[in-house]
Design a binder for this molecule. Structure first.
Ligand SMILES: [Zn+2]
Ligand SMILES: [Zn+2]
Length: 394
């Protein structure tokens, strides 16, 4: 058995305790005071000197005593703004907040990884930069940490993340190569018309009419302006016009949506065309409309060479039979993509399927369950991959 997997098995009770603590007290976005305090105290007790990075990010360094490169390993810390319905004895005690994306696992695996790295610190051939990232779910955290210098001092040469999933067997690691998770761009369209009595529509300008035409034109852009060989989508999730009256043409309305894709140039084109269609359509009917871009995350692009290498190392931890290449790209998004745009990177999807297969439910569901049997695999994979990569890139 890989020595870090054996050590992680010994740290199981501590990882379970950490995970259940994080699960019981979930925090969201950048508002993570309890979570950050807990992690920092643990790091200090292990002998680290954790540093703040950006809004609520934490960075700690392991190694650096021997010369070499720097690999970053990331865990995200935020929960989701949703009530929990798992019935677990350690279910959320923060109303309306839940770790329904497994980030509680990521933090506890990373803390165990930190402990193991400290135990072998003198042997590290270079530096492991440990990164606890806030605000993954609304795609702000990774960029914020990069803007605040997480990739500098020492300069980061590669990056690895692990994300747990509720379906695979515990210990399975699924990986993609190249662009394999979609970009995400969220938008809010404001449509302005001229309010009037519903019996005299000619005396006003209906923002609803403009909105409906914008909706259709955006779908026609997808159908008629984009090469059918591309994978992309544009979805409107909200259209709000009027206040419930039958006889009032409202003054204003909002449409909100998201676009996903794998091709940066195409995303740029879709952004530009969305703005043109929105503004042009409103003008056509005598109104005004504009687009506000709410968030953006690039497609997760996993460097093929780096992937091949860390897959080899991860296989030494979980066994080659548990390494599973992704068969299809996913349109789900991850802001670890910002790291992947800056340096060679990989994000492994760690199987965390619950023992009872009938209870395996998608993440972001209030009843999602993850198996704690996955914890040692994640912790050991972080450490073994990081140290082997450094050894090989002296
Ligand atoms: Zn999520
Ligand atoms: Zn997540």
């Amino acid at each position: 058995m890989n020595k870090f997997l054996a050590r992680a098995n010994e740290l199981m009770d501590e990882m379970v305790a950490d995970r259940r603590h994080f699960h019981r007290y979930p925090e969201t976005t950048n508002e993570l005071p309890m979570t950050v305090k807990y992690i920092k105290e643990k790091l200090v007790a292990m002998g680290y000197e954790p540093q703040d990075c950006g809004t609520m990010g934490i960075v700690a360094l392991a190694g650096g005593k021997k010369p070499g490169k720097c690999i970053l390993i990331r865990a995200d810390m935020d929960a989701l703004p949703m009530p929990e319905e798992t019935g677990l004895p350690f279910a959320s005690e923060h109303p309306g907040k839940m770790h329904a994306c497994g980030h509680d696992f990521h933090m506890s695996m990373m803390l165990a990884a930190c402990k193991m790295l400290k135990e072998v610190e003198d042997e590290i051939e270079g530096t492991v930069k440990i990164c606890f990232q806030p605000n993954e779910e609304t795609f702000g955290g990774a960029k914020d940490m990069i803007d605040h210098g997480v990739l500098e001092n020492p300069k980061v040469d590669s990056a690895l993340a692990i994300h747990i999933g509720p379906f695979g067997e515990p210990g399975e690691l699924t990986f993609g190569k190249g662009p394999n998770m979609g970009s995400a761009d969220g938008f809010d369209i404001t449509v302005k018309g001229k309010g009037c009595h519903g019996a005299a529509p000619h005396s006003g300008i209906s923002p609803i009419n403009i909105g409906v035409h914008i909706y259709l034109a955006l779908q026609e852009m997808l159908a008629r302006e984009i090469n059918a060989a591309e994978q992309c989508t544009l979805t409107l999730g909200t259209m709000v016009f009027g206040d419930g009256a039958t006889n009032v043409i409202p003054e204003i309305g909002h449409m909100r949506g998201t676009m996903r894709g794998f091709n940066k140039e195409l995303t740029k084109f879709m952004v530009k065309r969305t703005e043109e269609i929105v503004e042009g359509t409103a003008k056509l009917f005598g109104g005004e409309a504009s687009v506000e871009w709410l968030f953006s995350s690039p497609a997760m692009d996993c460097d093929p060479e780096f992937t091949d290498e860390v897959v080899k190392y991860a296989a030494e931890v979980v066994g080659p039979e548990r390494m599973i290449p992704k068969k299809v790209r996913s349109t789900g998004s991850e802001d670890f993509a910002y790291f992947g745009d800056a340096v060679p990177a990989q994000i492994f999807w760690l199987g965390g399927g619950y023992e009872d297969v009938s209870k395996r439910i998608s993440n972001h569901n209030p009843k999602v369950l993850y198996s704690e049997a996955a914890l040692p695999y994640g912790a050991a994979t972080y450490v073994h991959c990081a140290l082997e990569w450094l050894k090989n890139h002296k």
